[in-house]
Write a protein that binds this ligand. Structure first.
Ligand code: CO
Length: 470
């Protein structure tokens, strides 16, 4: 894995992907190699952490960095690029004081004992939306797991305040589209002496959530995403759980209050979208995961495909000190959970040998429904270093990789009037460690053949998720 780096003066490791990026950039007409499809018109907008080093100290975890938006716009065979930090209260506090003022995923502000006690009652939640973004009606919204989604202007990338109310203390940055209303379905956790899992709907123009379902829970599990079928909201409780009072009392950063309790197993809950009633839990072996790939009904059974890890060690793998030292991270498996509510049985089956994380599907066509393809990133050498296309029917995988290159989440964009599920392109931001900068890679989504790449003048720190806006 390190042979190339050892025998060459060029650093081909992914290390630069964790360097802070301070500059905001605007470039008209990036140099393009290859040919972009003429039909590709619109913008890929992504969010991600871009700044971990604050002068006085460094944030602890990859998930902590200050959010920056990156936009690649396609028009008439040309690509332009713009980036801008989201001017949230978390960002402004860093600009003004050189230090963080709000609690991030694994980094807390320095506080005196007195401040810690008073902050129990106002926990200073961050509004640093570095995980994902989405479109709700005409609004563009950047999100993290705290209940402060941030609206932004897709043209200027300027932030425009809090987008909507979340009915709880935690949420996910992976809402689902509700086909009936074109609104957004999302999860929230209400934490306190009486905690509950909740689901809510936000209609396209609304700022107030409508309650869909709720269920009491004593030890809430860490929740990064959930599944949706035509009938059910699918919640996977991995046994990485928190005792809510300890969140307020421990004085430790948010994620350090969660405990791995494998004896609890993985427990699925199904919430009826029409009535809000829930069934379950349906229990199986312990797993950990961030991302549902897709879910659907197969007769009376529910199928949920999820990128899984054997345990929650992946959270530890992603601390900055480890990543910057080049320590390897765990690889995710694409697993299928088949839930039979009648018998209560849950089976687990690995779908492909390749690892796969940051999964995407042909969402508009296939979410909630049986599907065939997913695209993600996989690991050969300790960090995400290839794009993987999985055929979940044939149980096969194809890959794209290039030495010294580290691709991010591949976003699928369907071709206009496409017949096949995989007819379209994949857009992925790739760090080229050989040159020390990043490029936007455009692949044929069916064959993974390269169509084009557009070079950015600097590196783009490794991020998480983004969306294509037509
Ligand atoms: Co995610």
């Amino acid at each position: 894995m390190t042979t190339l780096a050892e025998t060459s003066t060029v650093d081909t490791t992914p290390r630069h992907g964790f360097d802070s990026l301070d500059e905001e950039t605007r470039v008209q007409g990036l140099p393009v190699t290859g040919e972009l499809p003429r039909w590709l018109q619109g913008s890929l907008i992504r969010t991600g952490p871009a700044k971990w080093d604050l002068g006085s100290r460094t944030m602890n975890h990859w998930f902590d960095g200050l959010a920056m938006l990156h936009r690649f716009s396609f028009a008439d065979g040309e690509v332009s690029y713009a980036s801008r930090f989201l001017e949230t209260k978390a960002y402004r506090a860093v600009q003004e004081t050189g230090d963080i003022a709000y609690s991030e995923f694994a980094t807390d502000p320095c506080r005196s004992l007195y401040q810690r006690v008073t902050s129990m009652f106002s926990p200073n939640l961050t509004d640093n939306p570095n995980v994902n973004l989405g479109r709700l009606g005409e609004r563009f919204i950047a999100m993290t797991e705290t209940p402060i989604p941030v609206q932004f202007d897709p043209d200027t990338l300027a932030s425009a305040g809090v987008a909507y109310d979340v009915p709880g203390e935690l949420t996910t940055a992976h809402p689902h589209m509700d086909r009936a209303t074109q609104g957004m379905l999302n999860y929230a956790a209400k934490l306190g002496p009486r905690s509950s899992y909740r689901f809510f709907l936000l209609r396209p123009d609304a700022t107030k959530p409508e309650a869909i379902a709720s269920k009491r829970v004593r030890r809430p599990a860490y929740m990064h995403s959930f599944g949706l079928t035509e009938r059910w909201l699918v919640l996977a409780e991995f046994p990485y759980v928190v005792n809510p009072p300890s969140l307020a009392l421990s004085g430790r950063p948010y994620i350090e209050n969660y405990r791995w309790r494998p004896e609890l197993g993985t427990r699925f809950h199904l919430f009826d979208r029409a009535t809000g009633e829930s069934i379950g839990p349906f229990e199986t072996d312990p797993r950990f995961g961030f991302h549902f790939v897709n879910a659907y009904e197969d007769g009376d059974e529910v199928v949920a495909d999820i990128c899984t890890f054997p345990d929650a060690g992946i959270v530890q793998d992603l601390y900055m000190e480890r990543l910057r030292a080049g320590k390897p991270v765990a690889a995710a498996a694409l697993e299928r959970f088949r839930i039979a509510p009648g018998s209560g049985d849950v089976t687990i089956e690995r779908l492909i040998d390749e690892s796969l994380e940051l999964p995407r599907i042909n969402y508009g066509r296939c979410n909630e429904r049986p599907y065939r393809y997913t695209w993600g990133v996989g690991i050969d050498g300790g960090w995400l270093d290839k794009i993987v296309k999985a055929d979940v029917i044939e149980r096969t995988a194809t890959t794209w990789r290039e030495d010294g290159c580290y691709p991010g989440e591949p976003v699928f964009v369907a071709a206009p009037n496409a017949d096949a599920e995989d007819e379209g392109v994949l857009l992925s931001i790739v760090l080229d460690a050989r040159k020390g900068n990043s490029f936007l890679l455009v692949l044929d989504a069916a064959s993974l053949d390269e169509l084009a790449r557009a070079e950015v003048p600097h590196h783009i720190p490794f991020g998480f998720h983004g969306q294509f806006a037509h």
